[in-house]
Write a protein of this length. Structure first.
Length: 551
């Protein structure tokens, strides 16, 4: 065995089992830390392969990539798959061969694999409904913030002997991100589905989220009269307040006044029908003319009253009687006129402001600055009256309608100018940097453990100071059995078990000098013994005194 190796083995054996165990533990910890750090720093960089996948697709993709020996990782949301940089193209080609990812929202491509032979009308209807559901689900997923969607459509069957036809209905389940308004998205989705399915109305579409919360169902409460009135009222009040702000901000500043408006709005729908007749404007509709002429002649012949009438075979010539002639002519004309009329039908779905109350408070300090130091209460009151006139003009104030307006000058409280934006607190900042803090704390703990349990015992073992190395792990009770020197106390020649008090060596060895400096003096050790246990110290001193007297 070489001399150098023999020397190393002897030096290691001189340390003892305890020191060798500590050194082995320190070496194992250092190697473990180095190995973990190397594994963390040398791990491959991943890039996104697919995002927005279903769980079934993620499972199938994981099985295929695992069989092909391609490392992969799944995102924290469970819908994305990542592979090492440089292997994205190979992974996509491999998955394309397997037909992955297969989206459950299949659309009209379902008809590509449907054969006409043996296909019944029921199967055709089911395939059509599935294709329509898949196409609508794809469109819903294209909306910003919608991660996944599933659509169910119920189309009624047509029957010849059914009196009332059942209307179609639909239900939609969505999974949305937290940064969008799910209720507004649900309203849009209802209109989308209703427009995509023939005969489907929006009130027959039910929308839920992935947590089972009902977002929209039945008659839309947003379109109700009460909600519409509240929305119109809020819009009118906001617009009037904006008019006040635009009128007073250049003069007072945006932070020196506050305005509040309460408007009573009437949103009742009105339908007015009016018919107007104009007698001055007439048009001939029809003219009827009837004409008649009558002519009549009348003549009377009578026998004369003579004796000859009584004679037989007498031929008497009748005498001419009175004669009359009558002629009548009649003309009748009828004209029908059409009276001019106008019919007006008015439908109003707007709103009417029935009453308005306006309150404006102005910072009195700002008015004083504008008027100067010599401003009097009368001057301030006059300026407030001028501001009230400006506000009345900007808001359309109508006293006959019963509107109220009040402008006052008051002292503003400091710190309430505008809306205070909440600053992130300590807990928010701590939550944002909790990962960095944990990594830094872990690094500090590892460094401390390595320094305390590794470097310090190693230095102590190299210096040969067993007492200092033992003090690094435990605090033993001081005794007099391991004292190397004696104390020059009166009446005691030796206080160290008969061993004379030794002075530090006068050589140039720095390690021995360091050893003597680290080891406490006998006087200090005796004082520590007295502090810990006075009775035991007294017994030891008596024993030493008795041994010295006997000697």
């Amino acid at each position: 065995m070489p001399q150098q190796l023999q020397t190393i083995i002897e030096n290691l054996q001189s340390f003892g089992p305890r020191k060798l165990g500590m050194m082995a533990a320190v070496a194992a910890i250092v190697l473990a830390v180095i190995g973990l750090g190397a594994a963390y720093l040398n791990r491959p960089t991943y890039e996104t392969l697919y995002v927005g996948l279903e769980r079934s697709d993620v499972n199938q993709i994981g099985v295929v990539l695992g069989e092909a020996g391609i490392p992969f990782d799944i995102g924290s949301d469970g819908t994305s798959v990542m592979v090492p940089v440089g292997k994205t193209a190979n992974a996509r080609m491999l998955l394309a061969e397997k037909g992955l990812p297969t989206s459950s929202n299949a659309g009209y491509e379902l008809f590509d694999n449907v054969g006409s032979l043996g296909l019944t009308s029921f199967m055709q209807q089911i395939t059509r409904v599935r294709a329509l559901e898949g196409e609508i689900a794809r469109t819903i997923q294209s909306i910003n913030g919608i991660r996944a969607a599933r659509v169910h459509i119920v189309l009624p069957e047509r029957a010849n002997f059914r009196r009332e036809e059942q209307p179609p209905s639909a239900s939609v389940v969505i999974r949305a991100s937290n940064d969008i308004d799910s209720v507004k998205s649900a309203m849009s989705i209802r209109q989308l589905v209703a427009a995509a399915v023939p005969g489907l109305s929006a009130d027959k579409v039910t929308v839920l989220d992935s947590s089972g919360n009902l977002l929209a169902a039945g008659d839309d409460p947003v379109n109700s009269s009460a909600s519409r009135s509240l929305g119109v009222e809020h819009t009118v009040e906001t617009q009037i307040e904006e008019n006040i702000r635009r009128a007073l901000a250049p003069y007072l500043g945006p932070d020196n006044f506050r305005a509040s408006v309460k408007a009573d709005i009437n949103t009742d729908a009105k339908q007015t029908e009016e018919t107007i007749f104009d007698p001055e404007s007439r048009v001939e509709r029809s003219v009827q003319v009837v004409r008649s002429n009558e002519n009549s002649n009348r003549r009377d012949a009578a026998a004369p009253a003579t004796v000859e009438q009584n004679l037989p075979e007498a031929n008497l010539t009748p005498a001419e009687g009175p004669q009359s002639t009558e002629q009548n002519e009649r003309k009748e004309e009828t004209t029908n006129y059409e009276i001019n009329s106008k019919r007006i039908a008015t439908v109003s779905n707007g709103y009417t402001v029935t009453k308005m109350s306006i309150a404006v408070v102005v910072n009195q300090q700002r008015l004083t600055e504008i008027l100067g130091k010599d401003a009097t209460p009368e001057m301030i009151a006059q300026r407030v009256a001028d501001i009230q006139k400006v506000v009345a003009s900007a808001t359309g104030f109508d006293q006959g309608r019963g509107d109220l307006i009040n402008v006052s000058a008051v002292e503003f409280i400091d710190g309430l100018d505008g809306v205070q934006v909440p600053q992130p607190g300590m807990l928010d900042a701590l939550g944002q940097h909790i990962g960095t803090i944990i990594n830094a704390a872990a690094f500090v703990v590892v460094v401390f453990l390595v320094a305390f349990f590794g470097l310090r015992p190693m230095v102590a073992s190299l210096t040969g100071n067993s007492s200092s190395s033992s003090s690094a792990f435990e605090l033993p009770s001081p005794g007099f059995d391991d004292m190397p020197g004696s104390l020059p106390l009166p009446g005691l020649a030796n206080l160290g078990g008969g061993q004379p008090f030794q002075l530090p060596p006068l050589d140039d060895n720095p390690m021995d000098d360091l050893r003597w400096k680290l080891k406490p003096a006998p006087q200090e050790r005796l004082a520590r013994m007295v502090d810990l246990n006075e009775e035991r110290t007294a017994l030891i001193l008596r024993k030493w005194a008795h041994q010295e007297a006997a000697g």
